[in-house]
Write a protein that binds this ligand. Structure first.
Ligand code: ADP
Length: 499
C-alpha cells in the first residue's frame, strides 16, 4: 500500500478526513471490505496517492443490499411520516452547509477542480438539492380519478416508493451527483445503496458520516467504495434491488441495462453528451464568447452537458473563434487548491490519456488547434484548454464525447433554422444545447427544433434543483431533479372501491 502525502494547503478538518482510515457505510456501521482489500485514491494535480479506501466486491454489495432491503421492508423508515423524512433531509442539508469549506477542499483535492468552483457550485448546489427534495416529501400525491362504470366507484392513485435503489455515480461532480441521486430517493421513501466513483470517493464517504449524524435510520443509506466491475456490476444485477439509477458513460449505461434485465428492475440513466453551442450573428458577442468558452472549459470540460461542438455563424466566425481561443489561452491552469487556478487537472491518468489521445486523433485527421492542443506542465493530469478548427462532421473528435477541455468549432452559413438544427442534432446524444441570439423568435424556434433534454438560451450550464435534467436519444432514460425525478422513484398504484 502506498503512503499518503497530504497537500499542506488543506485546512485541518479536510486534512484530518483525508488521512483517517476510510470505511464504507453498511447497515448504519462503518466497515471495511469483507476481503480487507483497499485501493488508492490519487491527487490529480500530482498523481500521488492521498488515501486508501475499501474495495467493495459482490459480498459487500450483497450485505449493503440486504441492509437496505431490511430498512425498507421492516425498519423505521417506511413508518416515518413524510414530514419526519423531510426534516432529516433538511438536517442533512444544514450539516453539509455547516461543513461547506471542508467539503469544497476535499472535492478539490480528490477531483482536481478549483476549490473556488467547489465552494461556489458543487457544495451549495448539493445543499440546495437536499432542501428542495426535503420540501417534496410532503407533496408526493396521487389523484382521484372519475371512472365511467355504470355503478358508483371511488378510484384514486397512490404514489409509493419503488423500494431499494442501487445508485452508481461518476467522478466529475462527486458530491453533487451523490445529492442528485440520494435526494429524490430519500424524499420518496426509498432506501439506497450508493456506489461512489472509484476515482473520487472522499466527499461521498464524508457525506456518509453526516447521514449518520443527521439520524437517518440504519440501512436507509449505504455507501460503497469500489470499482465498476467489482461493485457496480453486482449492484446493477442484484435481484433484491428494485431500481438502478446510473450516471456515467453511455457505454456503461448499456451494460447497466443488460445487468438490470435479470429481475427487470427499473432503470434510469443519465449518460453522455456532445452538446452544441450555436452562435447567431445577432448575439451579444461578448457574452456569447465568454459563455461558450465557459460552456466547454468549466470543470475541465468534464461535464456531460459541456458545449463541445461550437457552431458559429460565418459572419461572426473569426470574431467568436478568436475570442474563445483568447480566453482558452489565458485560463490559469493549476492545482485546484491554488486560489489563482481557473482550471484544474483532469481527474485521472486514464482520463488524461483519453483526452490527449482525442486531441492527437483530431490533429492527425486534419484539424488545427486554434488554442491549446497539448498537455500542460510535466506532472499531474493537466491539459491545455483546446479549440480545434477545420473539423468535419465525420471526425472522431466531433462525433464522440471527449469529456475534457476540447471544443470543435464549426461554421454555419445557412439562415434556415431547420438546416442548422439538423447539424446540431447530428449526434447520437441529446443532453443539452445552448443558443446565442438576441432574436427571441430564433431562440425559441431553435429550442423547439433541438432534440435534447435541456436548451439554454444566452447561457449554458445553468442548473437548479427545480429544473429537470436528462437526455433524449442515447443521453439517457428519465430525468434528474425537479418534480420529474420523483416519477422515477415511485410506483403508481390505482385503488378502486365499489361503493
Ligand atoms: P467514466 O468512463 O467517465 O469513468 P463510467 O461510466 O466508466 O465513467 O463510470 C461511472 C460509474 O460507473 C463509476 O462509478 C464506475 O465505477 C461505474 N461502472 C463502471 N463500469 C461498470 C459496470 N460494468 N457496471 C456497473 N457500474 C460500472
Amino acid at each position: 500500500m502506498a503512503t499518503a502525502s497530504i497537500d499542506t494547503r488543506l485546512n485541518e478538518k479536510a486534512a484530518d478526513f483525508v488521512t483517517h482510515k476510510h470505511r464504507m457505510l453498511i447497515g448504519g456501521k462503518f466497515v471495511n471490505a469483507a476481503s480487507g482489500k483497499t485501493f488508492s485514491v490519487y491527487d490529480p494535480a500530482t498523481g500521488e496517492v492521498i488515501a486508501n479506501v475499501p474495495e467493495a466486491e459482490a459480498v459487500d454489495v450483497n450485505a449493503a443490499v440486504h441492509a437496505a432491503r431490511k430498512a425498507f421492508d421492516e425498519g423505521a423508515w417506511p413508518r416515518m411520516t413524510a414530514s419526519q423524512r423531510g426534516r432529516l433531509l433538511w438536517k442533512l442539508a444544514d450539516l453539509l452547509e455547516a461543513n461547506l469549506e471542508e467539503f469544497a477542499q476535499l472535492e478539490s483535492i480528490d477531483n482536481g477542480k478549483p476549490v473556488a468552483v467547489a465552494r461556489a457550485a458543487d457544495v451549495p448546489l448539493a445543499v440546495d438539492l437536499f432542501r428542495y427534495m426535503a420540501g417534496w416529501t410532503t407533496k408526493i400525491t396521487g389523484s382521484t380519478i372519475p371512472i365511467s362504470m355504470p355503478t358508483e366507484y371511488l378510484s384514486y392513485t397512490l404514489r409509493e416508493p419503488v423500494g431499494v435503489v442501487g445508485q452508481i455515480i461518476p467522478w466529475n461532480f462527486p458530491l453533487l451527483m451523490a445529492a442528485w441521486k440520494l435526494g429524490p430517493a430519500l424524499a420518496t421513501g426509498c432506501t439506497v445503496v450508493l456506489k461512489l466513483a472509484e476515482q473520487t470517493p472522499l466527499t461521498g464517504l464524508r457525506l456518509a458520516e453526516l447521514i449518520n449524524e443527521a439520524g437517518f435510520p440504519e440501512g436507509v443509506v449505504n455507501v460503497l467504495t469500489g470499482f465498476g466491475e467489482g461493485a457496480g456490476a453486482p449492484l446493477a444485477a442484484h435481484d433484491l434491488v428494485d431500481k438502478v439509477a446510473f450516471t456515467g458513460s453511455t457505454e456503461v449505461g448499456k451494460l447497466i441495462l443488460k445487468a438490470a434485465a435479470g429481475n427487470l428492475k427499473k432503470v434510469t440513466l443519465e449518460l453522455g453528451g456532445k452538446s452544441p453551442s450555436i452562435v447567431f450573428p445577432d448575439a451579444d458577442l461578448k457574452r456569447a464568447i465568454s459563455g461558450t468558452a465557459s460552456a466547454i472549459f468549466f470543470n475541465q470540460g468534464q461535464c456531460c452537458c459541456a458545449g463541445s461542438r461550437l457552431f458559429i455563424h460565418e459572419k461572426v466566425f473569426d470574431e467568436v473563434l478568436g475570442g474563445v481561443s483568447a480566453i482558452a489561452g489565458k485560463i490559469r491552469v493549476g492545482s485546484g487548491l491554488d486560489p489563482q487556478t481557473q482550471m484544474g487537472p483532469l481527474v485521472s491518468d486514464e482520463q488524461f490519456r483519453r483526452v490527449t489521445g482525442y486531441i492527437e486523433s483530431g490533429l492527425k485527421e486534419g484539424a488545427k488547434a486554434a488554442a491549446g492542443g497539448k498537455r500542460a506542465g510535466d506532472r499531474g493530469y493537466f491539459v491545455q484548454p483546446t479549440v480545434l478548427v477545420g473539423t468535419t462532421p465525420e471526425m472522431q473528435v466531433v462525433r464522440e464525447e471527449i469529456f475534457g477541455p476540447v471544443v470543435c468549432a464549426q461554421r454555419f452559413s445557412d439562415e434556415d433554422l431547420d438546416k442548422i438544427a439538423r447539424q446540431a442534432n447530428d449526434t447520437i446524444y441529446g443532453l443539452a444545447a445552448s443558443v446565442w441570439t438576441s432574436n427571441l423568435s430564433v431562440a425559441h424556434k431553435m429550442a423547439w427544433r433541438i432534440k435534447s433534454g435541456t436548451v439554454w438560451i444566452n447561457c449554458h450550464n445553468v442548473f437548479d434543483a427545480a429544473l429537470p435534467f436528462g437526455g433524449f436519444k442515447q443521453s439517457g432514460w428519465g430525468r434528474e431533479m425537479g418534480a420529474e425525478v420523483l416519477n422515477n422513484y415511485t410506483e403508481v398504484k390505482a385503488v378502486t372501491t365499489a361503493l
